[in-house]
Design a protein around this ligand. Structure first.
Ligand code: H79
Length: 430
């Protein structure tokens, strides 16, 4: 990415907004990313040396030779892995889709791949297909399932990008034909309906090669979404930088992939967890700007999901469930004149949702020009008293009375019903 010229970067910037054609993705708003592979066994440490980088990059960061790293497979026996339990939790947390790392940069396939024995069925004592278990659990719970697939970087295949951190003298074409294309074909033909393929780090993949991947996906599953990181401007939606949130509302379909701490794969020493409140605010912020939040968990090698992740997401889930109406299916909110220090806005047709993050007795909004026809508390739909009018300065104002038992509460939402379809944000006049 860093090697891209300005001209190439500019070309990408000029690209039209992206559109998946898949309604479910536009409405989803919240998904679960799962990073799990052999790196979970190292959990951030190899031979007494610790990585202070993202833990799934340990092979690269600590220069572990492929011949050494691949021996980890012999230790992979996740007896605590429970696909059903994870999918049930994701459902409980209000998430609408799951993206699982079928193959990360390390090159290890988490399914019974026919074209590479470096996989969870053939190379581990566990011997069971992880992707299939997620497939079956997602089907049982009506959850969309997509696969992360590292299309270019493969540190195990000698012709994959970044193998031995060296990209010279490679036959990338040979790798594509030997591993990447056949593996994609397996994932798209043997594992039911694939909601999306989450490509990542295209590196030197040419436009023609990216197009071949897109064509392969679409030929096998026309409804399968191709993520932004296919590269060469061919993605169906925009993926922001990892953990980066656009400052402004952004048109089209997009997604923020994000972590709960500072790693994707499990790192036993990373305790830098965001708290539930922070995650709730990030979710609402992203939704309000029109995006989906794809939030990660990194299970331990045993299959156990770190308690901290569960604890945070259980709390986030409470907010999401209580306020689901104000999250799921919402659309991008335009630019409101004010940044509220106590809340944020989301919207649907004829409805403006006010997410209240700090305790208060009434909720006051200025410079919104709509005709408000009703107000209610989203959690239980109870009607709320409200008044509309103008301030002494002549700005339109809306004031909603918060019910008494909510005076000390934070993190809830209020719906304002509008006669008009969209909010009318007026400029500040002074
Ligand atoms: O899967 C997760 C990451 O592993 C992957 N994308 C998310 C979703 C990712 N691939 N590349 N990158 C993220 C950015 C890589 C940054 C790097 Fe580094 C800087 C690679 C080498 C220097 C960070 C520091 C990783 C290793 C050292």
């Amino acid at each position: 990415m860093k090697s891209k010229t300005f001209r190439e970067t500019k070309k990408r910037r000029d690209k039209k907004m992206q559109d998946t054609k898949q309604q479910w993705f536009k409405e989803a708003k919240f998904g679960l990313f799962i990073h799990w592979g052999l790196y979970a066994l190292l959990a951030g440490e190899y031979n007494g040396k610790k990585t202070d980088r993202i833990a799934e990059w340990i092979m690269n960061d600590l220069d572990i030779p492929a011949e050494e790293y691949e021996k980890l497979a012999a230790q992979f026996n996740p007896v605590e892995f429970d696909a059903d339990g994870i999918v049930r939790k994701a459902k409980e947390w209000g998430m609408k889709y799951i993206v699982f790392t079928s193959k990360h940069h390390e090159g290890f396939a988490m399914w019974d791949s026919k074209c590479s024995d470096y996989n969870v069925v053939k190379a581990t004592p566990y011997g069971r297909d992880i992707v299939r278990q997620f497939r079956e659990a997602c089907d049982r719970h009506g959850m969309k399932l997509g696969f992360y697939y590292s299309q270019a970087q493969d540190w195990h295949d000698p012709d994959g990008y970044m193998h031995r951190k060296d990209n010279s003298g490679k036959n990338y074409r040979a790798y594509l034909e030997r591993k990447c294309f056949p593996q994609l074909r397996e994932l798209l033909t043997e594992y039911g309906e694939v909601a999306l393929i989450w490509f990542d780090t295209p590196m030197g993949t040419t436009r023609e090669e990216s197009q071949e991947m897109v064509d392969l996906v679409k030929r096998l599953q026309p409804n399968c979404i191709v993520s932004g990181r296919i590269g060469n401007g061919l993605g169906e939606y925009m993926t922001t930088g990892d953990n980066f949130i656009p400052r402004l509302p952004y048109e089209g379909d997009w997604e923020v992939p994000a972590t709960l701490n500072d790693t994707w794969g499990f790192n036993k020493d990373d305790h830098n967890w965001k708290d539930a409140e922070e995650i709730i605010h990030l979710l609402v912020k992203i939704n309000s700007r029109g995006g989906n939040y794809l939030l990660n968990i990194g299970p331990e090698a045993s299959g156990h999901v770190p308690e901290e992740s569960i604890k945070i997401l259980d709390e986030v889930g409470k907010y999401v469930n209580e306020n689901e109406e104000a999250i799921f299916g919402t659309k991008r909110v335009g630019i409101y004149a004010y940044e509220l220090d106590w809340g944020m806005l989301t919207r649907k047709d004829h409805k403006l949702y006010v997410h209240v993050f700090k305790p208060r007795r009434r909720v006051e909004l200025l410079n919104i020009g709509n005709r408000i026809t009703g107000a209610y508390l989203v959690a239980d739909k109870r009607p709320l008293e409200f008044e509309t009018g103008a301030t002494c300065e002549g700005c339109s104002s809306i004031e909603v009375e918060v019910p008494e038992e909510y005076f000390d509460r934070k993190n809830y939402s209020i719906c304002l019903e509008m006669e008009e379809e969209e909010p009318i944000f007026e400029p500040i006049i002074g």
